[in-house]
Design a protein. Structure first.
Length: 105
């Protein structure tokens, strides 16, 4: 997992590879025959990878429907990294960025 989340300036632990039940604390959850990684609030993680080799990923904070964090410095349309991950945070809504946990902030 360190290779996937290598660009993590705040050294936040995003995933502890243990088994968990759906809707419970972090780990692997098997739903409908598919394994998913869940955060401590029971929501799936969101992962972005640079698939075209341009050294950047789309900034999900700038997608339509996103509610920006008023306390955070606005970032551009792309993030200068090969991989990024975020959690929807305690409110479990990935569009409300005030409480989302990210690898790039």
């Amino acid at each position: 997992m360190d290779a996937l989340l290598g660009n993590n300036p705040r050294s936040i632990m995003f995933f502890n590879p243990t088994n968990a039940e759906p809707g419970h604390s972090p780990g692997l959850v098997k739903e409908a025959g598919v394994s998913a990684m869940h955060d401590v609030w029971g929501s799936s993680y969101f992962l972005m990878l640079d698939m075209n080799g341009d050294g950047q990923v789309k900034n999900p904070e700038r997608l339509p429907g996103a509610v920006p964090n008023p306390r955070a410095k606005p970032l551009g349309e792309f993030l200068p990294m090969l991989k990024a991950a975020f959690s929807a945070g305690p409110d479990r809504d990935p569009n409300t960025w005030a409480d989302n946990i990210t690898t790039w902030r």
